[in-house]
Design a protein around this ligand. Structure first.
Ligand code: URA
Ligand code: CA
Length: 443
């Protein structure tokens, strides 16, 4: 086989065979194919698309292009993935809750880059917490505790690593078959047998429009059907941060407060929704109502918080943090910001700008090697639809110094838009897509 004929076939809108797909994926992984030929093929795929059969084959070949975990976790290995949001701490809420209900959550997570936070960065704000574990220890913790969250292992899906880096610089990121295969190949390589995906929609999201997001979701569900690993997708909005806390230690605090049963709101609702799908996919609950009731019980009886403590302890961290939030790193400057006049109703928040504000405060990296400050960030006290009157507390900054607090204040104020007339709260979940089709969800 030669790569020119593979490129030619896709250029002529033909379907690639499994052999052709295996040939180019292996060539990407072992370095035998040069960047320019891979880039030409990626562009042909971006322009001419792939069938579900081709996309499933591409997913599987990328998944097995490196090590493939076959975890023995005494249950169905469950995973959850979000395409990236701001203030999105659902993993830290749902992993312990699902574990408390008997699920086995095996989660490899990314670090934050740009305006979105990374779950492992958040966990590292807990003293002693290890997120780089070897695979045996990772699986052992999942088996014993029921959940473990670590950084992405380096030797999984090397073909995706190379192709993703090429896509990033050749205008070929925005391709549904390439995105779907990229995301799922890493999940399958890490051993997940049932996957819940949170596909974000909105400005600043990978998929800006609802039809785009639905299309990506349907593609991933269909790949799951072909490869016999159930995939459910939730399509959720990212116009507004999910939680009220943005910043690493602040987001851990919010997750713990939800597990303590002290905090309600959208972050908890979306975590319960995603967690319910995980229990259903694992065969641990018959339907959404039963699953949600199990998860709520795990909040009420403290078993979810207990699981989080066990996970933290197993990963070398100090579990006392769950009872003593003051053990989390704290910023030297805490600045509350009040409305100086009647503002009307909060009508829009620019999620990307808010994420960037947190990044500039030191909560995120500007380059891959930057060191993040776990303590900084902010808490939003208003959501879209809330009225804001003179003197109302709008947000609280947690900064390294007065100057950075002042800069963040200006950025956040610029990211908030007000309306003189009442507006409806923003939509959290648009649809659920799984093997039974797409359902609009009015949440
Ligand atoms: N995330 C991935 O892992 N791959 C993509 O292609 C896009 C987002
Ligand atoms: Ca929203």
């Amino acid at each position: 086989m030669d790569i020119l004929s593979v490129i030619e076939h896709k250029k002529q809108h033909q379907r690639l065979t499994e052999d052709e797909i295996r040939f180019f994926v292996q060539g990407a992984a072992d370095g035998s194919l040069p960047d320019y030929q891979l880039a030409a093929l990626l562009m042909a795929i971006r322009l001419n698309g792939m069938t579900i059969e081709e996309t499933a084959a591409l997913t599987w070949e990328m998944a097995r292009s490196g090590a493939m975990l076959q975890p023995d976790v005494d249950g169905i290995p469950l995973d959850k993935h979000s395409t990236g949001g701001v203030g999105d701490t659902t993993t830290l809420v749902l992993a312990p809750l699902v574990a408390a209900c008997g699920g086995k959550v095996l989660k490899m997570s990314g670090r934050g880059l740009g305006h979105t936070g990374g779950t492992v960065d958040k966990l590292e704000s807990i003293e002693g917490m290890q997120v780089e574990l070897d695979e045996d220890r990772f699986v052992e913790i999942v088996r014993e505790v029921g959940c473990c969250v670590v950084g992405q292992s380096k030797n999984l899906a090397p073909a995706d690593k190379r192709l993703y880096a090429l896509r990033d610089v050749t205008g070929t990121v925005d391709s549904v078959p390439l995105i779907a295969s990229s995301i799922l190949s890493k999940k399958f390589a890490s051993g997940a047998k049932a996957i819940v995906l949170d596909v974000k929609v909105g400005s600043g999201a990978l998929m800006p429009t609802l039809p785009d997001a639905m299309n990506l979701a349907k593609t991933m569900v269909d790949i799951g059907i072909k490869l016999e690993r159930p995939v459910s997708c939730v399509i959720s909005g990212m116009e507004e941060p999910l939680g009220s806390h943005v910043g690493n230690a602040l987001e851990v605090k919010e997750a713990i407060e939800i597990l303590q049963g002290k905090v309600q709101g959208p972050l908890k609702e979306v975590a319960l929704f995603l967690g319910s799908r995980m229990l259903i996919n694992a065969g641990l609950a018959a339907n959404h109502e039963a699953a949600k009731a199990m998860l709520l019980r795990a909040i009420e009886d403290g078993s979810g918080l207990q699981k989080f403590k066990e996970m933290i302890a197993a990963q070398g961290g100090n579990p006392e943090v769950c009872d003593h939030l003051a053990l989390l790193p704290a910023a030297p400057v805490v600045m509350p910001v009040h409305a100086t006049k009647d503002m009307g109703w909060l009508s829009e928040t620019d999620g990307v700008a808010l994420g960037l504000a947190a990044q500039r405060m030191g909560a995120g990296r500007m380059t891959k090697d930057d060191i993040i400050d776990p303590a900084v960030g902010f808490v939003l006290h208003k959501r879209i639809g809330d009225p804001v009157k003179e003197g109302d507390l709008m947000f609280t900054l947690h900064a390294r110094n007065e100057r950075e607090a002042e800069e963040a204040r200006l950025r956040i104020e610029a990211a908030l838009t007000f309306s003189p007339a009442p507006v409806a709260p923003s939509r959290l979940i648009y649809a659920l897509v799984d093997k039974d089709g797409a359902n609009e969800m009015p949440l």
